[in-house]
Ligand binder design. Structure first.
Ligand code: BGC
Length: 279
């Protein structure tokens, strides 16, 4: 069985996803980049999706190939139906199939409600929520067509929805983003319920504050970081690798019985830290 801890020789980490084919959206920076690299290190062949920033995507591909696995970069806008259909058709053509879909691509367009344009609202919903729907749908079709291949994995496929603590934590000034992540949570649970009988596992990973380009202003000065740390009981801003490792774990057979769960990786941000000394 893939991921068996009894097997010796190659270190466990390099065997966890051996022979699996993964696609990570938004994989040329931040959490997506770290996740694509971690999946490659764990033995998977990886497609590095990006929408802008081809050079950075190629660097990620090179790094992944350094682990002795296959990788290529693929430009596609996850909110465009035809582009997502083509992207998944290509991985099936080039790698034979897909075992892991990490629907990671996401963005923020922050604004107070009264100033938020419909375009700001729509862009965030289109990429963060509709994009994940399209990626999940196309991956699920291939998982169902192929079914379980026991030498590769106990499940017919894994979908990971990149969510956020804002799946459950309201966020003033970010109603588009928080609504998209709340939607991701319910979409994930519904898809998990619908697809589990097909031996497909759908889960979400919910990052807290992670050092990435999306939130630089929240941690790049000592004052900003001190403010941010008040929201993190573990008193550490997360690194992209913290999330990448969670994705490797949740897609591996070690966590084969985990279905329809959101794994918060947040240093305790979802623990209502204000109540540690109040209430
Ligand atoms: C957001 C970041 C924010 C973090 C914690 C993430 O989902 O993208 O901007 O720092 O949540 O609030």
């Amino acid at each position: 069985m893939a991921g068996s801890v009894e097997e010796s020789g190659t270190p466990l980490i390099a065997r966890l996803l051996r022979g699996q084919k993964a696609l990570v959206t938004g994989a040329n920076s931040g959490i997506g980049k770290a996740t694509a690299i971690a999946l490659g290190r764990a033995g998977a062949d990886v497609v590095v999706n990006y929408v802008v920033g081809a050079d950075e995507a190629e660097k990620v591909v090179e790094q992944i190939r350094g682990f002795g696995v296959n990788a290529y970069a693929h430009e596609a806008d996850v909110s465009d139906e035809d582009q997502v259909v083509d992207m998944v058709a290509r991985i099936v053509r080039e790698f034979g199939t897909i075992d892991i879909m990490v629907a990671n691509a996401g963005l923020q367009r922050d604004s107070a409600l009264v100033d938020m344009t419909l375009a700001q609202w729509q862009k965030v919903i289109d990429v963060n929520l509709t994009g994940q729907f399209l990626c999940a749908r196309e991956a699920a079709k291939e998982f169902m067509r192929r079914g379980v291949v026991p030498e590769v994995s106990r499940s017919a496929g894994k979908i990971v929805c990149m969510s956020s603590v804002h799946q459950i934590v309201p966020w003033a000034g970010h109603v588009n983003y928080a609504s998209s992540k709340g939607g991701v949570g319910m979409m994930m649970q519904t898809l998990a319920q619908e697809l589990a009988p097909h031996h497909i596992r759908v889960n979400a990973v919910g990052p807290g504050a992670i050092r990435t380009p999306i939130n630089t202003a929240a941690w790049d000065t000592p004052d900003a970081e001190a403010e941010l740390l008040k929201l993190i009981p573990y008193r550490r801003v997360g690194d992209p690798e913290d999330i990448a490792n969670a994705v490797v774990a949740i897609t591996s057979d070690l966590l084969d019985y985990v279905v329809g769960t959101t794994l918060y990786v947040d240093g305790g941000m979802t623990l209502f830290p204000g109540f540690a000394t109040g209430g």
